[in-house]
Design a protein around this ligand. Structure first.
Ligand SMILES: NC(=O)C1=CN([C@@H]2O[C@H](COP(=O)(O)OP(=O)(O)OC[C@H]3O[C@@H](n4cnc5c(N)ncnc54)[C@H](OP(=O)(O)O)[C@@H]3O)[C@@H](O)[C@H]2O)C=CC1
Ligand SMILES: O=C(O)C1=N[C@H](C(=O)O)C[C@H](O)C1
Length: 247
């Protein structure tokens, strides 16, 4: 496939490697210094675009990909408040978009097991639930998109929680969460690719369920596989649609 990379930072550069290893051609690379190249005409040279840009730029990138009718894989996080609006626009304009807070196989297995675990824990209110995420210090958004997906998976089944709140540690303010709130604690530590933990804690014990990314390789490979999966499809998808265990 011919691939347009929207965002050529930490993720864009490793995606390029995985795409070329899988015999795909990179036909466009966009970062802040090449925004003049981000045109409908140039996008139409691609079979698919892959966006790993920024929370501030992703919406305009989605818009121009819809205008160009180019299928789009969105890995960028920090825009999920606009998700329904984007889904409506995608379907209304007969476009194709697949988004995912995390494209690694391991995290998608984690997402599935997390939902099952929340169902198991629902009858045991003596266990309080919490999510913790750790990322590198260059991360712009908090909480991570992955942590939001995890939290939403818990809120689906844990009746004692009905919303999540975020506490970005070391930013001074400490969010005191109410019993009905699921706390997502975010830590920023240099060079951490992404670590996510679900903790069920009681007076007598603690259950921890953890995923640790060793590098960005799993995210990048998953994004390229998602672009391959999207070929020939029309409509609005999430990364979870790719995995048989979710269907
Ligand atoms: N879904 C998943 O599996 C994963 C998602 N992510 C998400 O992907 C995003 C990017 O992460 P990461 O690569 O580490 O971030 P980086 O900051 O390393 O890269 C972001 C890139 O976007 C570029 N950029 C800035 N503005 C625009 C624009 N208007 N159009 C296109 N590109 C632009 C930046 O350009 P410049 O360098 O010139 O500023 C930079 O090249 C984040 O939201 C992160 O949360 C990350 C890993 C996995
Ligand atoms: O910014 C990152 O690096 C990552 N962001 C994604 C997220 O916000 O969940 C995915 C991964 O954890 C790495």
């Amino acid at each position: 496939m011919k691939i347009a990379l929207l965002g050529y930072g930490k993720m864009g550069q490793i995606i390029e490697q995985f795409a070329q290893n899988r015999n795909h051609e990179i036909v466009l690379k966009i970062d802040e210094h090449s925004l003049d190249q981000l045109t409908v005409e140039n996008l139409r040279n691609a079979d698919v675009a892959i966006d790993f840009s920024t929370p501030h730029s992703v919406m305009q990138n989605i818009e121009i990909c819809f205008e160009a009718n180019v299928p789009l894989v969105v890995g960028t996080t920090g825009w999920y408040g606009q998700l329904q609006n984007v889904k409506d626009k995608c379907i209304a304009s007969n476009n194709t978009l697949l988004y995912g807070s995390n494209f690694s196989i391991g995290v998608n297995i984690f997402f599935y097991v997390n939902r099952m675990l929340a169902k198991v824990m629902n009858p045991y209110p003596q266990y309080d639930a919490q999510v913790e995420e750790i990322h590198h210090t260059q991360k712009l958004d908090s909480p991570s998109g992955t942590a939001i997906t995890i939290a939403e998976g818990i809120l689906e089944s844990l009746d004692r929680k009905d919303e999540w709140v975020n506490n970005l540690v070391d930013m001074g303010e400490q969010v005191a969460n109410q019993p009905n709130q699921l706390l997502i604690e975010s830590l920023r530590i240099e060079d951490v690719p992404g670590t996510h933990t679900v903790i069920y804690s009681s007076e007598v014990d603690e259950i921890e369920f953890k995923h640790t990314a060793h590098s960005r390789a799993g995210f990048a490979l998953g994004a390229v596989i998602a672009a391959e999966w999207l070929k020939g499809r029309k409509g609005f998808y999430s990364v979870e649609n790719i995995f048989e265990f979710n269907n």
